[in-house]
Design a protein around this ligand. Structure first.
Ligand code: SAM
Ligand code: SF4
Ligand code: F3S
Length: 386
């Protein structure tokens, strides 16, 4: 006899969802947590959804525009995430807006995103995060450790500890790293981001000494010019930044240092931009996330004089990107012949401890493999299983 679905089951069968995420890992972490909740309620992932959730990012206007185009496309849309008050009405015409719950529970994959803090108190003059995510809030150590332990028990191989500035974690970030490092199991610990003004000696020591903490540090510089840094309210000088970056490189052998940088900040003269190029040549970053300055409503920088034209920003972006490509290739070439451990994600592509992308033919998904690096590319490496 065929058993027909009950009314309740039929209703459940109809519920199909799609989540569209923009922005940083913090937003991806929130999306995973939202997805878990939907699945628990019987929703099914689908490309032909009844309900679309758009988790938006307001860091640059381009991200807001892309999210808006998506919101208009679907019938039933919920918008959540980092939304500026000034964009609420625009989205409200097409979507229901809900505030996201930070720090919910997440699903298990081999790479787990664990927010340890959210929000920001720094108020860099160009940035919306203090407005969209509010002031800093740190999760208690016990909660973070408990969640991490359950991920590891369920097979996680990589734990990302996330925060806008992990060094402002209220309950001692190096101690948290030490505690997570001592959880038994074969896994890596990564973290993002660290503000240069708060980068402590203890943290450098932790990366150097704790075996599960990987040698990847993102240290956003934003500009190579002191006058611009001051206008950005970054609270460090370029001399201080350089000293710190060189110390990290000296203390942690093989470290991969990446940075975030903005080109075309208001008042950035040709000379100021040259100072950014100079910094890149001196520090030789392995990777850099370059952004063209995007004026954000409500921020101090959006009201500053001497806004730079889009064409000039694009020119500076291209020039810096070309330099980065040369440096990145040079740094990658230095790694050829070395042996390394790789965590494969899927399709034979994975990451080294230093977060370099590497292709390893024949490696299985979600696994650690020992590899010899055979080839250097601009944005990554190739290797063979040892
Ligand atoms: N808290 C991190 C820090 O200060 O190191 C940065 C996090 S922010 C979400 C990511 C990056 O977006 C920044 O480092 C910055 O380079 C870029 N960004 C932020 N506001 C921007 C703006 N208005 N225009 C262009 N890029 C921006
Ligand atoms: Fe934005 Fe980072 Fe500055 Fe906070 S520290 S305001 S998140 S750029
Ligand atoms: Fe991240 Fe964008 Fe919000 S970068 S914190 S999702 S504004």
């Amino acid at each position: 006899m065929e058993i027909l679905p009950t009314r309740k089951e039929r209703k459940t069968l109809m519920k199909k969802y799609k989540i569209i995420t923009y922005g940083c890992l913090a937003n991806y972490s929130d999306s995973e947590r939202i997805e878990k909740k939907l699945k628990d309620k019987g929703y099914l992932a689908s490309e032909n959804p009844d309900l679309v959730i758009i988790n938006i990012c307001s860091i640059r206007q381009s991200a807001v525009d892309r999210a808006f185009a998506q919101a208009k496309k679907y019938k039933k849309v919920i918008v959540t995430g980092c939304l500026l008050d000034s964009d609420r009405d625009k989205f409200a015409k097409y979507a229901k807006i809900v505030k996201k719950e930070d720090c919910l529970k997440t699903k298990i994959t081999h790479s787990c995103l664990v927010p340890i803090m959210t929000g920001c108190n720094n108020f860099c003059s160009y940035c919306v995060v203090p407005y969209t995510r509010g002031r800093e809030y740190s999760r208690p150590q016990e909660e973070v450790i408990k969640e991490t332990k359950s991920f590891i028990k369920n097979g996680a191989k990589e734990i990302w500890l996330l925060g806008q500035n992990v060094n402002s974690y209220k309950y001692d970030f190096p101690k948290l790293l030490k505690n997570i490092n001592s959880i038994p199991g074969d896994f890596w610990i990564r973290f993002l981001s660290s503000h240069p003004k708060d980068m402590s000696r203890e943290l450098i020591k932790s990366v150097k000494e704790l075996p599960k903490v990987t040698e990847y540090i993102n240290l956003a510089v934003q500009s190579g010019d002191n006058e611009i840094l001051k206008k950005m309210n970054r609270k460090y000088t370029i001399e201080e930044y350089k000293k710190l970056a060189l110390k990290i490189k000296k203390e942690i052998p093989n470290v991969c240092l990446s940075t975030d940088v903005i080109v075309g900040f208001p008042g950035e003269t040709k000379n100021a931009f040259k100072n950014t190029l100079k910094l890149f040549k001196e520090i030789e970053f392995d990777m850099a996330y370059i952004s063209k300055y995007s004026p954000r409503p409500g921020t101090l920088a959006s009201k500053m004089d001497n806004q730079i034209s889009f064409e000039e920003k694009t020119k500076r972006y291209n020039e810096l990107n070309d330099l980065l490509k040369k440096i990145s290739l040079k740094r990658n070439k230095q790694l050829v012949g070395q042996n390394t451990r790789v965590l494969i994600n899927k399709n034979s592509i994975g990451k080294t401890r230093e977060y370099k992308t590497i292709k390893v033919e024949g490696a299985s998904d979600n696994s650690f493999v020992d590899v010899e690096i055979t080839k250097a590319l601009i944005w990554g490496l190739e290797g063979k299983i040892k």
